[in-house]
Design a binder for this molecule. Structure first.
Ligand code: AMP
Length: 284
């Protein structure tokens, strides 16, 4: 396995792979790798000749006052995990390399970026769409792997690839969870013991939504109300949003259908966590 920091070297490597007719799978990450990331890497390993994992904490997707500075960085450990998973290249560009001082170009996916998390994290998805476009252009993968855990991100990237005629297949892999159901996240490391226990209310609220739907409830407002009550039973929890939306357009849906995405963002203490379920993945 090689660790490449240079954008030029990364592009040259990808072009060589392509010339040989070999397929390239790509997993973009911000590092602090965990089982969620590893599930994407394993899928990429299964489906491609060559696997590239990028590790880059993207400054332009963090707002002022967000956790850019304290975001966990552990390249050595990440590289070890990648090596164990049979990754070929860890691409670890610098912020100056990707955004030199005269940098001017940004990608915005309109209509999908200002709702849900976008409402609370202004500019976040512009930062995500921009860095992913740049990484796609540098790495030129055949298939790129994203996690369902960041549902809005995956939806935005799919739309961006479609709209900009980016010839890369986007695959979205299921959310990997802890034993108690908590979605695994690099940010879980910010939680203390009590908060980690309290955070279990997030997957429980999504399970409650599933139970209500299974038992015939179709009114989104009712489901959201029940989820809200359950989450608010934890004193450490502060809800940003609980929304039921169309899983392609992200427009709110009043009556549950198979195309619904039930998504939430909740602060547990000083840590903002997100989670979601897709109704069509478990109904029937
Ligand atoms: P991040 O490093 O948080 O930017 O995540 C990199 C990729 O891993 C994104 O596509 C995430 O959606 C995905 N990911 C993060 N956590 C999980 C998880 N628990 N299960 C599945 N995918 C995940």
């Amino acid at each position: 396995m090689r660790i490449i920091g240079s954008i030029k070297q990364m592009s040259e490597f990808s072009q060589k792979i392509k010339c040989k007719g070999r397929t390239l799978g790509f997993v973009p990450t911000m590092g602090a790798l965990h089982e969620g990331h590893l599930s994407l890497i394993r899928q990429a390993r299964k489906e491609n000749n060559t696997v590239v994992v990028s590790i880059f904490v993207n400054p332009i997707q963090f707002g002022p006052g967000e956790d850019f500075k304290k975001y966990p960085r552990m390249l050595k450990q990440d590289a070890k995990l990648c090596n164990e998973e049979g990754v070929d290249i860890v691409f670890h560009p610098t912020a100056n390399g990707l955004y030199p001082s005269d940098y001017k170009t940004y990608v915005t996916v309109e209509g999908l970026s200002d709702c849900l998390c976008g409402k609370y994290r202004a500019g976040h998805f512009k930062g995500v769409a921009t860095v992913v476009t740049k990484l796609f252009n540098i790495v030129s993968p055949d298939i790129a792997y994203f996690g369902q855990k960041d549902a809005q991100q995956s939806i935005i990237i799919k739309k961006m690839a479609e709209d900009l005629n980016i010839p890369i297949k986007i695959k979205v892999m299921p959310t990997v969870r802890e034993k108690d159901g908590l979605a695994i996240s690099s940010r879980n490391s910010y939680l203390n013991e009590k908060e980690k226990k309290d955070a279990g209310v997030l997957p429980r609220s999504l399970n409650l939504a599933k139970d209500l739907i299974r038992n015939g409830t179709r009114d989104s407002a009712k489901i959201i109300h029940s989820m809200r009550q359950l989450i608010q039973s934890k004193k450490t929890a502060q809800i940003d949003y609980i929304s039921i939306v169309d899983s392609v357009t992200l427009k709110p849906i009043k009556k549950i259908t198979d195309n619904c995405l039930i998504a939430l963002a909740v602060w547990i203490g000083k840590t903002r966590l997100i989670d979601n379920i897709l109704v069509k993945q478990w109904k029937n």
